[in-house]
Design a protein around this ligand. Structure first.
Ligand SMILES: NC(=O)c1ccc[n+]([C@@H]2O[C@H](COP(=O)([O-])OP(=O)(O)OC[C@H]3O[C@@H](n4cnc5c(N)ncnc54)[C@H](OP(=O)(O)O)[C@@H]3O)[C@@H](O)[C@H]2O)c1
Length: 259
């Protein structure tokens, strides 16, 4: 399967880097276009993938076309390729562009799926939130899932949950990175070298997440398991509660959800 990316910025590059890292697709099967040709050519050459002059060329040469421009540009950029996309599998990564909005933009009968990936796809550990309502055939959805499950957990949600699920997984890396940085700051304050602090903090977060996934244990029980009576960890937990840690995280989700 040949894949095209209309827009080759942060998110499209993260997806391509993950697919290449996992050898899920060969570089010569990837076609990309963007606004700035020189920048695109450089980004494409670094990866051995094909830069295209236009969205039309990208769509023509691809079976599956990923729409990866900023949301405010989606309608404008797709306008000249609507006819070509009628024959392709269209996968959107634009935030705030569910099924109904694409029905207004694309030609009737176009096969399309709205998704929200997160940046850890670049290392094959991402999440791709997919809207349950889509117009891909079973075979097309199967091909999408087979390919992209190499770099992400594929999770379908109802349209009403698309935003909050996308924000949890899409904004979450920023929140998690802040926690990693803060934890390392605390360790550096007490004498641990900076690089070692980041390495330990990141592995701790990755390992804790993996353990929760693997065992399915309630996160509260995982916290309890580390807190021995009168021990050190519970003192740290109490300090986090005094600092409003959980409330701050919930406030962050409220802020991104516009609540
Ligand atoms: N970043 C994330 O974590 C994240 C997470 C989930 C979803 N998304 C979604 O991913 C989409 C892209 O976001 P991003 O962060 O990757 O943005 P970005 O880094 O700004 O990339 C946007 C890309 O679109 C290209 N572009 C602009 N005008 C174009 C045109 N007329 N024709 C073709 N390409 C054009 C840009 O080209 P130039 O660079 O040459 O200007 C750039 O390659 C957005 O819809 C966003 O909602 C992003």
């Amino acid at each position: 399967m040949k894949i095209g990316f209309i827009g080759f910025g942060n998110m499209a590059q993260a997806l391509v880097d993950g697919l290449l890292l996992k050898e899920a697709i060969r570089p010569e099967e990837i076609f990309v276009c963007a606004k700035n040709w020189e920048k695109l050519k450089k980004n494409a050459e670094e990866r051995g993938i094909n830069p295209c002059r236009t969205a039309e060329e990208t769509a023509e040469r691809s079976d599956l076309v990923v729409v990866a421009v900023k949301p405010y540009l989606v309608a404008e950029v797709l306008e000249p390729v609507r006819g070509l996309l009628r024959e392709k599998t269209v996968v959107s990564v634009a935030a705030g562009f569910p099924y109904d909005r694409y029905e207004e933009i694309l030609l009737p009968g176009t096969h399309h799926l709205s998704t929200i990936p997160n940046t850890p796809v670049a290392v094959g550990e991402g999440i791709i939130i997919c809207e349950q309502q889509h117009s891909l055939t079973e075979e097309e959805y199967g091909q999408f899932e087979t390919l992209f499950s190499r770099i992400a957990v594929i999770q379908q949600v109802q349209t009403a949950q698309l935003s909050v699920a996308g924000n949890l997984s899409g904004c979450g890396p920023a929140f998690a990175a802040m926690f990693i940085e803060a934890l390392a700051d605390g360790a550096v304050k007490h004498g641990l070298p900076r690089e070692l602090s980041y390495r330990l903090a990141s592995q701790m977060v990755a390992g804790t997440g993996k353990m929760q996934q693997f065992l399915g244990t309630h996160p509260g029980a995982m916290k309890d398991a580390v807190c021995s009576p009168g021990g050190l960890t519970i003192k740290g937990v109490a300090a986090l509660e005094r600092g409003g840690f959980r409330g701050a995280v919930i406030d962050a989700m409220d802020a991104v959800e516009g609540d």
